[in-house]
Design a protein around this ligand. Structure first.
Ligand code: ADP
Ligand code: MG
Length: 230
């Protein structure tokens, strides 16, 4: 699904350049559940943005679902992103004055294909929040807000979900709930890539990739039992 070959991304700061990604090669197969770990500033978000077609590499190749993304126009890239990829962020990024359903239905506005009228509610059902459909974000707990954000990521039925520190703002009980939910989605066939600092979160993944200074330094398929349970 994801094939990165020698991907580089450099940020210019004055005359100096920061190599946020310094030759990343990585393949992820459909159905995998990958955790991306590494210190702050190591390039995790930059990598997620490249994978999610929110950003382009300066050099190297990125094939997504067999297509060379380098040859896509920005519009084509946006279409692939809208149809095939769902995003979940640490800070939820919900519109404060929109209800849960309205937030979930946002991606449908940009979609080229029509969605059934109850698509938003269906997605909320999948995250167990149908009974909060008309609530505003501030009327929901942090864990519930993140479930709304996951429903928004799900509403287009994406093949891939990218989650950048999805439990970073949550207490441990809510974090566990979110991870159980993501695991269920993965078991249903959705490919998952998540960034986390938290070993308890990484335990849910079947593959852990560690990145430092823009380079992959380890990539292991692990049983959850390898990680200590706290
Ligand atoms: P992480 O998510 O692992 O904390 P990032 O991918 O956000 O790391 O950042 C990697 C490096 O790239 C850091 O040195 C960061 O300062 C730099 N960087 C990230 N985004 C930008 C940007 N928009 N402009 C300039 N430098 C950036
Ligand atoms: Mg980051």
């Amino acid at each position: 699904m994801i094939e990165l070959a020698e991907v580089r991304r450099t940020w210019r700061k004055g005359t100096a350049g920061i190599r946020a990604l310094d030759g990343v090669s990585l393949n992820v197969e459909p159905g995998e559940f990958v955790a991306l770990m590494g210190p702050s500033g190591s390039g995790k978000s930059t990598l997620m943005n490249v994978v999610g077609l929110l950003d382009r590499p300066d050099s190297g190749r990125y094939r997504f679902e067999g297509r060379d993304t380098g040859s896509l126009t920005p519009d084509q890239q946006a279409l692939v992103r809208n149809e095939r990829i769902g995003f979940v962020f640490q800070a939820f990024h919900l519109l404060p004055r929109a209800t849960a359903t309205e937030n979930v239905e946002l991606p449908l506005i940009y979609a080229e294909r029509p969605a059934p009228p109850d698509a938003g509610l269906k997605a909320l059902e999948r995250v167990g929040l149908a009974d909060r459909a008309s609530h505003l974000p501030h009327e929901l707990s942090g864990g519930q807000q993140q479930r709304v954000a996951i429903a928004r990521a799900l509403v287009m039925d994406p093949a891939l979900i990218l989650a950048d520190e999805p439990t970073g703002n949550l207490d441990s009980a809510s974090a566990r709930e979110i991870m159980e939910l993501l695991r269920r989605l993965n078991q249903g066939g959705t490919t998952l890539m998540i960034v986390t600092h938290d070993l308890q979160v990484a335990r849910y993944a079947e593959r852990v990739i560690e990145i430092r200074d823009g380079r992959i330094v380890s990539d292991s398929r692990v049983a959850a039992s390898v990680f200590p349970e706290v």
